[in-house]
Design a protein around this ligand. Sequence first.
Ligand code: BES
Ligand code: MN
Ligand code: ZN
Length: 497
Amino acid sequence: MVQIKVENGKSLYKQTSLLVIGIFENEKENLELNQLDPEILSVIKENSEKEFEGTEGSNFVLHTMGKGPMKRIMLIGLGIKEGFTNEKARIIAGKAALHAKNLGLTEFCIIPFSKTDVDLIEAMSEGIYLSLYSFNRYKTIKKVDSDFSSVTILVNSDESKFQSVVDKSKIISESVNFGRDLSNLPPNDCSPAQLTSFALSLTNEDLIKSRILERYEMESIGLSAIISVGKGSNNPPKLIILEYNGTTDNEKPYLLVGKAVTFDTGGISLKPGDKMEEMKFDKCGGCNVLAIVRAIALLNLPVNVVGIVPSVENMPSGTSYRPGDVIKMYNGKTVEVVNTDAEGRLILADAMAYGIDTYKPKAVIDMATLTGACIIALGANVAAMMGTNSELINKLRKYGESTGEKMWELPLFDEFHEQIKSVVADIKNIGGRAGGAITAAAFLSNFIKDVPWVHLDIAGTAWTQDGTYDRSYNPKGATGFGIRTLIKFLENSNNEL
Ligand code: BES
Ligand code: MN
Ligand code: ZN
């Protein structure tokens, strides 16, 4: 990944193959522009009156023909000034980077789009790093994908302060791209065992400890739901546990739990064929958790975190679990399986109950591509949040606003528990079509004791799909949705909650 540099200095003296300047809609006087060579300026002025209005995302590239130290200038539209957000800066900076790449350039410079502060620089830096991600592992003819040799953000002051913001955002973006790389893997190259080896690659530097529970161990300690869901596949299930201690050992950890169904066929309750290939993304929650632990450790954050990733492949076969089966869960409750396609809540329930028992966390956050109903309720650009602690929920929503990862709470009212009552067992694993994202959360709430807990249903947002809003920084495929928000949360947690 390219390294973004922050440099103090006047843009008009900067030798570069491209200088990117953001222009607000209908803003005729732009300080940065006015300092340019009068000849260049007149060409720009002429053009901006005719065609370049500064509408959001539009752009215009001008060769300076030797009239300035910069070979080209790109004007990029920022839209109207009122209502400009860091999320827009993230998207537009990403767009500029992709344009520069399409022009075949190996280097460019960019000026902060609005008031230079830490959050703006962070957003622009993320936009650049994340938009340049591509998953080309399976392309035999590689596009000449020459990385930029350098990208420079030009500032007027505080070079080193902003450089450290950029350096941090690089670690975070690399972690997002690490998560995307895992999530994008096809199911034939990412069984639970393969995912486990990728997770273990994170433990090299000694910052992260790992524990892997094999099938027989899960069997002997009663993680029967993970065993049941996994038993239809020839690829055995795994429970991946990563621990990071950034503060004293007696400080309770945050527990992050991520669903990693490496492929979800639905099992005996087989899914229809249409779009089934997208179910390779049913491991995104788990991959995101691995990515978060990676980032937290590399950033050396002063928190304790345990990441638990139950990983299975949900397949139909002669050894599969069936509709009608009753499972005795890790916490002793019994579950009637009515639909083997509602597998995510089963493996999460066992993993959460086990994690709470073993690590006594101060809070639990789980992430899962859990329900199609979540997409029906909130679409493909908003994740659903449900839980038992409104402070935690509100914090996550707030951090999500700053990262551009939108989250919205659905009401986990008592009524929803009625829908998952079972005649033969304590509860059943589906609650009918009504409120399907909420009944899934209601199911999970049976396994968290009284620990503060938030569930994030990322079914609509974990990868680009029908209805996904086009963002430069989310190339097609896995998005890593939620990784940046949870890092922000853990970074600012101050160990309160
Ligand atoms: N992994 C799916 C949920 C899903 C479906 C996410 C489509 C993203 C896109 C989950 O395991 C599942 O199959 N859920 C069922 C639950 C139903 C059987 C109650 C669903 O949503 O249809
Ligand atoms: Mn399923
Ligand atoms: Zn699933």
